[in-house]
Write a protein that binds this ligand. Sequence first.
Ligand code: PMV
Length: 325
Amino acid sequence: MKATAIAPANIAFIKYWGKKDEKLRLPINGSVSMNLSNLTTTTTVEFSASLESDSITINKQKDARDERRVIKHLDRIRKLASKDIKAKVVTENNFPTATGLSSSASGFAALSVAGAKAAGLELSERELSILARQGSGSACRSIPAGFVEWLDGDTSKESYSITIHPPGWWDIVDIVAVVARDKKDISTTQGHKLADTSPFFQTRLAKIGEKIIGVKKAIRERDFAEFGEIIEAEALELHAIMITSRPSLLYWLPGTIQVMKAVKKGREESLQAYFTVNTGQDIHIICEREKTDEVVNRLKKISEVKDIIINKPAQGARLSNKHLF
Ligand code: PMV
């Protein structure tokens, strides 16, 4: 059977960085995110007894490393479905891959939903989130809708994501400033392993529970200034950990810093906007919807900004009947 799914990338307001179980991808802490309406992956999967091997095409290309990761995920689905047949997978992102825009989150969420359906499984949202997590941690947050929390469980069954508010809860936007289209040289999977080599990592962990409570309260009360202060400080903390790990991870480019400075300057001039960054050079600016044009106009004046993508809070991964083959 053939099935297709569309899944959004998500932006973490409180980040997942470091694991307590490498193999099961159990994070060392919980995290909070929002799904992004204009950064999506579409994936079609077909299991067929006539295939001799798995065939994987990602963005019209073949890449051995990505292919192995997809096949490992197909193996998880085959095991759940007690099936031993090969699959054809075609997947397409509508945005740059591996530049820090969470293509693995949307990618593994879409693969989980399409793959499970194509294998004849009827999984609950929770089961899909657990499955997606094993492909790429942050993918478990792209399964439920809207504003999402990845619960800090100690076992695989307890480590999954839930909706804390639906997409329409808060009219905020995430404006992505693409500053380069180069792929990052250190993958996130490698990066997580370095987290605890930073002398500041334990300090981060001591405060993270409080921060999660704080950001959820700010979202619940739609307190934008409080929310922005928390998420920007969190992004800088994540990068402080990465910069001080051994070896050190430095993902920012000059354009990333120019955008940070422009956002801070905007606030001095009463433009309420805050930034956040993941593992990569591209940067997300969050503001209330009515401030979008003003933020975009400022970004357009920065020569390093190559592209701008505007996202609303979005629904989670879902099936589609628009197959890619
Ligand atoms: O899911 P991964 O292994 O790609 O890790 C995501 C890590 C960050 O993007 C930096 C933070 C996050 O929570 O999304």
